[in-house]
Design a protein around this ligand. Sequence first.
Ligand code: F6P
Length: 358
Amino acid sequence: MKIGVLNSGGDCPGLNAVINGVVGAADKLGWEVYGFIDGFEGLLPEGGDYLKLTPDDTIGIGKLGGTILGTTNKGHFAAKVGVGDVAKIPEEIMSKARENMKLLGVEALVVIGGDGSLTTALQMNQEGFNVVGVPKTIDNDLQATAMSFGFDSAVTTVVDGLDRLQTTGQSHKRVMVLEVMGRHAGWIALWGGIGGGAHVILLPEIEFDLENVAEHIKRREEAGQRSTLVVVAEGARVGGGELITKGDGASEVTLGGVGEVVAHHLEAMTGKDTRSCVLGHLQRGGSPTAIDRILGARFGVKAVKMIESGEYGRMVSYQAYHVDSVPIEEAVHQLRLVNPTGEMVDTARALGICMGDR
Ligand code: F6P
């Protein structure tokens, strides 16, 4: 049997671990693996654009960041436009992909992607392609999996960033604001903030008032604290207002700038010297943590086992220490957001962290 693997959408640490898992498990079954270049786009050129992958090519790549296959979040297969809007992939694009896979003899496809790419995978499955999905979301916001690879690496980068901002903030008696990824869900900010000892965490899911944050900073100063660390998710809305964006991206608006806005207001409100820093793509780059390497490998192996047992139209899912699968349809329709009254937020509050709402 010949199978294909591709990753689509934004990259994140752990993608190569998944590819290695797919190649290793397929090789054990005597199958061949075609790795398509730049996501679904690799299915389109005459004869396909791919690398034939054997364990010799992939053993050891699990520790590398990025993806050996390249990726894109634009192109001909966009099936999800904004939140909840689905576009139909043109028939000529589907036919070309079908033709190339037939020509190569590739019978099934592992699609590693977030809700956008999995929406594409679902449409392909509905049109007769044998597809299994592997969840990829650095924001860790797919409802159908409790954890996705890349998230732990991003949180580790946030913690490291906060540790660094802490020391310079202390030296200069400053408020240091760190803007982190998290478009709809504030998991990176919440986990990173708790792990990195933030004093304030601002999330898309909790409406906050910067007056509350300013009061918190002043109280800390009165208590003798020299500096305050603030983490803000890129999708947080100041005063419940608009998202702060940098323009239109390939498939969604490009977020960015909320950290600077928060810093500007806090400086005016507290009179304290304030600086902001955007962690940006540092969270998506670099080597994966051990957790992400292992999770990625498990996801890749599971995807091949799903093909072996004909579980098409399903996505690998991590639930309570166990890797299982769910229908892709379930995965693309629901985002997993931070519960404002849930255990993680409770933990943050118990640690004295201000969430900006009181
Ligand atoms: O959706 C994942 C994500 O990392 C977001 O947190 C961020 O807004 C976006 O991707 C960045 O995308 P790009 O790489 O296109 O700038």
